[in-house]
Design a protein around this ligand. Structure first.
Ligand SMILES: Nc1nc2c(c(=O)[nH]1)N[C@H]1C(S)=C(S)[C@@H](COP(=O)(O)OP(=O)(O)OC[C@H]3O[C@@H](n4cnc5c(N)ncnc54)[C@H](O)[C@@H]3O)O[C@H]1N2
Ligand code: MOO
Length: 393
């Protein structure tokens, strides 16, 4: 049994997951690109707008033909967006729709609201300067300009820019692949009736959601009984697929600790980290794939992920790190000595309030929290108003 501080275990897990830092890039279609991280700078392959066009529904004219007062001009043609424009003849007007190309020789557009029409003629009610309501080619981005830099987390607005220059796919960081195995003979899939002593498996989908929320891809969520052969088989499937395997349960001191029973003989290190929840922890490398074994209590599982796996998965995925905040506590907090505590809290008006209790089985209570309070091992009391480090959940 090893005994470690949180910092020592973070260091152990960081060593184990170092391979995640060099995942190759891959292509994603724009439909798949939301939330992905751009692997390389993107330069625009075209000018945007690609051609000079009208910003308004109105009349394309040349500013020199417009008097200070009203000017009446013959209307020679109408151009819709998507059509090509005839050339402009000085002293005439062409009716033009928003987005239609500006006729060669015209230099401004008069909005339809500033005109009246009769008998094929338009009367323009005021003068205009050259360039008014004209969108120049390349005025948004020029061919070859930097459209998006590497490292951008692609949101709808970035996808809009890629689509507007005609790209259909882009180079993105490969997501780290995570496999999840939950363990416990008592576990039942949601939706099925519970028998005596049974509980619903919440950790499987929780860990998968944690991993996905932090840039990972999770195709494999498996549930094992406490039978070592079953766990071993699921582990083989998981290590075939994943860059990192997360397990829950079966790591403590009971008679049926399937994760320890299988992984310790493979060189797994199991022991206690001076934290609560999340004390019992294991790390193993199986067929070259790191396996992080978290304790089964649902709050312990989630806290273990946030403390040990989240920073490394985010880094591997190219996502920005979660930055701790310092907030005053609304009420006094007491904390047992010797173990770093991760208590559930909620931000309220620039302060943080404890929610739910310290018990690591309080999974429903955790849903009301939006931060973890990080209380150092040596701190036993925080008076109301004192500052505490919090991590967003
Ligand atoms: N004698 C000792 N007993 C325990 C110790 C200890 O140091 N000495 N540590 C306690 C702590 S702290 C924790 S945390 C748990 C960790 O135990 P395991 O990792 O072996 O987890 P299990 O025994 O399998 O399960 C613990 C608890 O969580 C429930 N569970 C498990 N998996 C799931 C799941 N997928 N979804 C929902 N709930 C799950 C399980 O039913 C148990 O109630 O050990 C303490 N004991
Ligand atoms: O440390 Mo356990 O992880 O209290 O629940």
């Amino acid at each position: 049994m090893t005994r470690r501080t949180v910092a020592e275990h973070i260091s152990r897990v960081t060593d184990l997951l170092h391979g995640l830092d060099s995942l190759p890039a891959c292509d994603a279609t724009l439909a798949e690109a939301l939330g992905r991280v751009l692997a390389a700078d993107v330069h625009s392959p075209v000018d945007l707008p690609p051609f000079r066009n009208s910003q308004m529904d109105g009349y394309a004219v040349d500013a020199a033909s417009l008097a200070a007062g009203t000017t009446t001009l013959p209307v020679r043609a109408t151009i819709a967006a998507g059509e090509s424009a005839p050339s402009h003849i000085a002293g005439t007007a062409i009716k033009i729709m928003t987005g239609a190309p500006i006729p060669e020789g015209a230099d401004c557009v008069v909005p339809v609201e500033d005109t009246t029409t009769a008998d094929g003629q338009v009367t323009v009610l005021r003068s205009r300067a050259a360039g008014d309501f004209v969108r120049e080619a390349g005025s948004d981005v020029h061919t070859g300009d930097l459209l998006l830099p590497a490292g951008v987390v692609l949101g709808p607005r970035h996808i809009a820019a890629l689509a507007a220059v005609g790209l259909t796919s882009t180079r993105v960081r490969r997501r780290p692949r995570v496999a999840v195995i939950t363990t416990g003979t008592e576990l039942v899939e949601g939706g099925l009736p519970l028998g005596p002593g049974q509980i619903y498996d919440s950790n499987g989908i929780t860990l998968a959601s944690c991993a996905r929320a932090n840039g990972a891809e999770v195709d494999s969520i498996a549930r094992s009984s406490d039978d070592p052969d079953t766990f071993r088989k699921l582990l083989t499937v998981a290590t075939d697929y994943a860059d990192v395997v997360l397990t829950s349960g079966g790591v403590s001191m009971g008679d049926f600790e399937v994760v320890r029973a299988v992984l310790e003989p493979l060189g797994g290190e199991f022991g206690h980290v001076a934290m609560q929840p999340g004390g019992p922890q294991g790390t193993t490398v199986v067929d070259g794939v790191p396996v992080l074994s978290f304790p089964g209590n649902p709050v312990s599982t989630l806290v273990s992920f946030e403390v040990f796996a989240r920073p490394l998965l985010r880094k591997a995925a190219g996502l920005p790190p979660i930055v701790a905040e310092e907030l005053p506590v609304v009420d006094a907090v007491t904390s047992p000595p010797g173990k770093r505590q991760f208590l559930r809290g909620r931000r309220e008006g620039g302060q943080v309030k404890l929610v739910s209790g310290p018990g690591s089985h309080l999974v429903a209570g955790m849903a009301w929290a939006d931060v973890l309070l990080d209380i150092p091992a040596e701190v036993t009391t925080l008076v109301a108003g004192s500052t505490v480090t919090v991590w967003a959940l």
